[in-house]
Design a protein around this ligand. Sequence first.
Ligand SMILES: Nc1ncnc2c1ncn2[C@@H]1O[C@H](COP(=O)(O)OP(=O)(O)OP(=O)(O)O)[C@@H](O)[C@H]1O
Length: 628
Amino acid sequence: MDFATFAERAESMAAEPGDLATVALVAETLAAAEGDAASGSDDLPVVARFLRGAVFPGWDGRTLSVGPALCHAALARAAGANVTADDIEARLAETGEIGAVAADLDLGGQTGLAAFAGGDGAGTGDDADGAGNGNDLTVREVYDELVAVAEATGDGSESFREDTLFGLFTRASPVEAKILARLVLGEMRIGVGSGTLRDATAEAFLGASVTTPTEERDEDDRTEELVALVERALQVTNDHGRVARIARDEGEEGLREVSLSVGRPVRSMLAQSGTVADALESWEEAVVETKYDGARVQIHYEEEESDRSTGADADTDDLVSIYSRNMEDVTAALPELVEHVREHASAPAILDGEAVAVDDGGEPLPFQEILRRFRRKHDVDRMREEVRVELRAFDCLHAGGDDLLDAPLVERHDRLHEVLDEGVSELLVSDDADEIEAFEAEALSAGHEGVMLKRPESTYDPGNRGKEWLKRKPDVETLDLIVTGAEWGEGRRAELFGTFEVSVRVADGDGAPSDGDTGGDAPPDSDDGNDGRYATVGKVATGITDEELADLTDLLEPYVRSESGQRVAFAPEAVFEVGYEEIQTSPTYDSGYALRFPRFVAVREDKAPADADSLARLRRLVGAADAE
Ligand SMILES: Nc1ncnc2c1ncn2[C@@H]1O[C@H](COP(=O)(O)OP(=O)(O)OP(=O)(O)O)[C@@H](O)[C@H]1O
């Protein structure tokens, strides 16, 4: 598919207010993607991911490593000698949207430069992109170049990335530049959520009638079943591209056979807040577990080939990978968990659990301590001496060749015990509120965060924050919010950011419930792509020491997107946990709400913007407080 065709289609999706009409446009675009799996040049997976604003599947750890500064520099170069990166930033401050800025630049005037910008297609093909330069970009070429950008390492990789983007922008028409800039910065914003893509896949390749109103469908219509089948395959694979391809080439049967694969992370199942009474009323009896105050880890374990053939004991060659709840590979930061699993696991497995920091006596340390270890790339050995980390595994998604997502929780926990003989959570199954409360009191006095209550028969629902798992912790009101802006400090703090503007995520489906959003609090999408919509909810200036301010300034400076006077806007990257006393309605912020007495608690290094709290959640919290 020409990239121009893709970009124009994406534009029409962005302009389409109707959900069903958007599904129809997406379905047409998927069906129009050329190639097939056999020829080795299949556009469909790439088109599917690009529509979600993602270059790689959700499970794939690769990222583009392109921040706003680099993208602006490439755009400025492609726009010619009269435009600087500062000009781009100034325009961005006016329009607030990189796509609009890119579309307004005269990149088509760079015909001469295109010849040495690496364009394979120079002088060939139709001039369908309207850029007037005879250099038609294809979706595949854009993808290949972005893969090269993601994989560049070492000296010179920064300039390689900029040159490659420059080459692409130089060949782009206005609409292509708009979509490309958004894609590169992860801000697609064309209204195609995970649910839209799922529905369109079912419509395009399985004959589902999503875009036909329910009352007009045949009696034996199977749309819901087909959509659920695609949803399940998405949960298992975490890859919209692969699922679209299987749906097209292998149909329903192929989708049914999709299975987990050790080494490819799956989205974590999440919990809602709830009480013991909620749990017992709904399920009669509950599984109760300690809520460990650490960082979520998903561990993939595979015995080394030679062990399998010789029956030798697990040894240091066994493959262990550890992923964060954002599916980032954090294996190198947690060597003692790797050693633990090598020593104690007895069959290939995918385990879910918490990495906790403990003192010398094995007692839990505060959450902040694990953050000093998690995702760390340098000084791992030194830090290992300072902060000890242990595994508390609480679930098992795959064991010894069996996928367990559809098995009941208690059975999965039994399998967990079978594959791992140490470091497994203790379960209490009880229908007695007093017994559960005694368990909770003990967990709290041992320094844990609270308890988890789970439905004993619950299946594992990746990425879902459903009602099957409830978290119960003492009433500390905090929200995880995206840092979208700041103001420089004054006087002694003039070189540091002083006040931080924080925002909630406007989930796909906020205000558009048909887009896969059942409860208003849409699960994070099955891809890395984020529509980039955020709404401010307050400013945080208290709770931060001078030392922390310096660290926060270092952390956030790379994300500066534009500056105007004292004010700075950030690319949505960092997540703060923010404490508050109350949520009020307020015209001051985009969300329509403001936090009373907001205070900084911690940087949530383990969370991405897609994991931050959503506007729908804020509304629910306000609703719940009003109802009290
Ligand atoms: N026994 C347990 N079972 C499931 N999750 C547990 C358990 N112990 C600790 N956890 C942690 O609790 C989290 C569940 O709460 P939730 O799904 O709301 O995630 P969260 O947003 O990180 O919540 P929080 O900030 O309260 O930890 C899990 O992601 C996991 O990291």
